[in-house]
Design a protein around this ligand. Structure first.
Ligand code: UDP
Length: 235
């Protein structure tokens, strides 16, 4: 399957058309951005690492009956996926308080949440991806009530599956962001990527951060951290 035309370039990925119009190729880049694009850099091999990590995670979710856009990994940086129209919601789950929630509510980073915290943000760079609730999502006219239920049910299942997957390799899944899309037939599937760019992953024993916070907070050794996640997931 060959890439034809680039139809979209995002912060970390490019999308290409292929001959079949219900499929696309997602190409993973080394570019990293944070703070709504204000901080930018290249992280060596990040594209290859996130492609490989996302592949393992999407295969695991697929085996556990989560519908996803993923079809197959074509090479070091390219995945063949079903074409979807992305629902403009960033769906976040927090098992441990960190990042923007720790700041916003002045809760100490590392505090365990009494139950998984389910959040929605409106995916809109100009507005800075504001935190919204389900009623706001309805008012934005991007989902129906039944879509919202489906998205929340799938998200909580994905959280359980990912907590276990990472627990087996001594990683604590602190929080993550996922996106959903609609396939041409209308079905809602998990889309985008799941990687250390989109999850907070802490070594369970040492609490060492093995995710994009190493880049956001200038902690160094970003590539090594992503490599460590891939190595453990590959065992
Ligand atoms: N996240 C993401 N993309 C975004 C915002 C957040 O992938 O545009 C992920 C982030 O990596 C973390 C989780 O969502 O795993 C929660 O992020 P948070 O709201 O704490 O925001 P941040 O601290 O990343 O600004």
């Amino acid at each position: 399957m060959n890439k034809l035309n680039m139809i979209y370039e995002g912060k970390a990925k490019q999308l290409y058309t292929v001959e079949e119009n219900d499929k696309i190729i997602i190409h993973y880049k080394d570019d990293a951005t944070a703070f709504n694009g204000v901080k930018k850099a290249q992280i060596n091999h990040k594209g290859e690492l996130n492609n490989a990590i996302s592949t393992i995670i999407f295969n695991h979710l697929h085996k556990n009956n989560i519908p996803t856009h993923y079809i197959e990994t074509l090479n070091d940086r390219d995945q063949l996926c079903h074409k979807v129209s992305i629902i403009p919601l960033e769906v976040i789950v927090r098992n441990i308080i960190a990042g923007s929630m720790a700041k916003r509510l002045d809760i100490k980073e590392g505090t365990v949440a009494p139950k998984p915290i389910y959040e929605l943000c409106f995916k809109n760079d100009e507005l800075g991806d504001p935190l919204i609730n389900e009623d706001h999502a309805l008012a934005l006219n991007v989902v129906s009530e039944s879509d919202l239920k489906e998205i929340k049910d799938l998200t909580l299942k994905i959280n359980t599956l990912l907590i276990d997957l990472f627990k087996n390799i001594d990683i604590t899944l602190v929080d993550f962001k996922i996106e959903f899309g609609r396939k041409l037939d209308g079905t809602i599937v998990l889309a985008d990527e799941i990687s250390p760019d989109t999850c907070r992953l802490w070594d369970t024993l040492t609490q060492k951060k093995l995710d994009k916070d190493r880049f956001r907070r200038d902690l160094g050794n970003v590539e090594d951290a992503y490599q460590e996640i891939l190595a453990r997931l590959s065992k």
